[in-house]
Write a protein that binds this ligand. Structure first.
Ligand SMILES: *[C@@H]1O[C@H](CO)[C@@H](O)[C@H](O)[C@H]1NC(C)=O
Ligand SMILES: *[C@@H]1O[C@H](CO)[C@@H](O)[C@H](O)[C@H]1NC(C)=O
Ligand SMILES: *[C@@H]1O[C@H](CO)[C@@H](O)[C@H](O)[C@H]1NC(C)=O
Ligand SMILES: *[C@@H]1O[C@H](CO)[C@@H](O)[C@H](O)[C@H]1NC(C)=O
Ligand SMILES: *[C@@H]1O[C@H](CO)[C@@H](O)[C@H](O)[C@H]1NC(C)=O
Ligand SMILES: *[C@@H]1O[C@H](CO)[C@@H](O)[C@H](O)[C@H]1NC(C)=O
Ligand SMILES: *[C@@H]1O[C@H](CO)[C@@H](O)[C@H](O)[C@H]1NC(C)=O
Ligand SMILES: *[C@@H]1O[C@H](CO)[C@@H](O)[C@H](O)[C@H]1NC(C)=O
Length: 239
């Protein structure tokens, strides 16, 4: 009895360690550039009230022909909120957020669409226009995709993704969002209930699994203790 209890306990501890190890490994891998600072960007309608709000850190990954390296390279750029200006518009079924940064050398535009039948919105378009110091091209780099399907949320709710999320726009341009919360429609002075991304929901699973493993361990020890006590009790009676 005690031996099988020991084996089971060891199994649970092993499972626990494996889960913990995995969660550490998942968050431990950090890239060299570091996470971008979180910006607080909003767009107001003609009446001057905020109609779109976004809290997020943004990192751009742009491939371009470098003059100094004489080849195509990927530049990683963190948007600095203190030198970034938001602008945009809010309409019934579409909303845009344009972020101009670094003295207008980089313009990044988010386009959100609302389906007024299903009351679901999503990020449908992203575009970038940028002038980088080291690039070969004379005209600004330009990337655009208007058939994206990211950040699905319900009208009146905000969309949230605490985890790093990669938005692939074209083969040469992607955006990584950090600690994102955005509400492009039905914003009334504050964020609505948050619709969370799948990545966050997966993260929530880890504490649940750890909790369940601990509960199982406690249960086994308790059962083993009770059985052991009953046995020794029975033992005394026979003597
Ligand atoms: C973002 O800015 C608005 C004002 O523009 C402010 O009311 C709000 O509290 C800010 N949110 C955060 C999280 O800093
Ligand atoms: C602006 O305010 C007017 C009067 O309160 C209102 O009728 C109108 O719908 C508002 N427009 C927007 C875009 O919120
Ligand atoms: C940047 O994008 C390039 C090309 O898509 C990709 O190979 C590279 O891994 C990306 N870098 C990061 C840090 O995500
Ligand atoms: C740039 O690379 C190309 C081929 O990759 C080569 O032919 C050319 O000489 C290089 N130019 C310079 C300035 O290094
Ligand atoms: C913006 O913030 C960064 C650090 O977050 C700082 O180094 C830089 O000087 C600031 N720039 C301006 C114009 O305030
Ligand atoms: C809007 O949602 C409805 C119901 O889910 C769907 O049938 C329709 O195709 C959607 N419209 C667009 C433009 O995606
Ligand atoms: C960014 O937008 C501003 C104003 O809309 C414009 O003057 C500037 O040329 C744009 N920059 C690029 C790189 O397209
Ligand atoms: C735009 O995004 C869609 C969906 O992610 C993708 O299938 C398509 O290839 C992209 N278009 C371009 C020009 O990269």
């Amino acid at each position: 009895m005690t031996r099988s209890t020991f084996v089971l306990s060891a199994l649970f501890v092993g499972l626990l360690a494996a889960v913990l190890h995995q969660s550490v490994a998942a968050t431990g891998a950090n890239q060299e550039l570091g996470s971008p600072e979180r910006g607080n960007y909003s767009v107001s309608n003609v009446n001057g009230s905020v109609c779109l709000m976004a809290l997020m850190g943004l990192q751009l990954n742009v491939s371009y022909s470098s003059v100094s390296q004489n080849k195509t390279v990927a530049a990683m750029i963190n948007l600095q909120p203190n030198i970034t200006t938001p602008s945009g518009s809010c309409d019934l079924d579409s909303a845009t957020l344009q972020l101009s940064t670094d003295a207008d050398k980089i313009n990044l535009t988010f386009r959100f669409s609302l389906n007024t039948t299903s009351n679901k919105y999503h990020l449908s378009g992203l575009s970038l226009s940028a002038v980088l110091a080291d690039m070969k091209e004379e005209s600004p780099l330009s990337f655009r995709n208007d058939t994206l399907e990211y950040m699905w949320g319900t009208l009146g709710h905000s969309y949230m993704c605490r985890d790093k999320q990669t938005l692939t726009v074209t083969k040469d341009f992607s955006v990584q969002t950090f600690k994102l919360q955005v509400q492009p429609f039905g914003f009334t002075g504050g964020f609505g209930a948050a619709d969370e991304c799948q990545l966050d929901e997966d993260d929530m699973l880890i504490p649940i699994i750890v909790g369940a493993a601990l509960a199982g361990l406690v249960l086994i020890v308790l059962v083993a203790y009770l059985i052991g006590r009953k046995r020794s009790h029975a033992g005394y009676q026979t003597i």
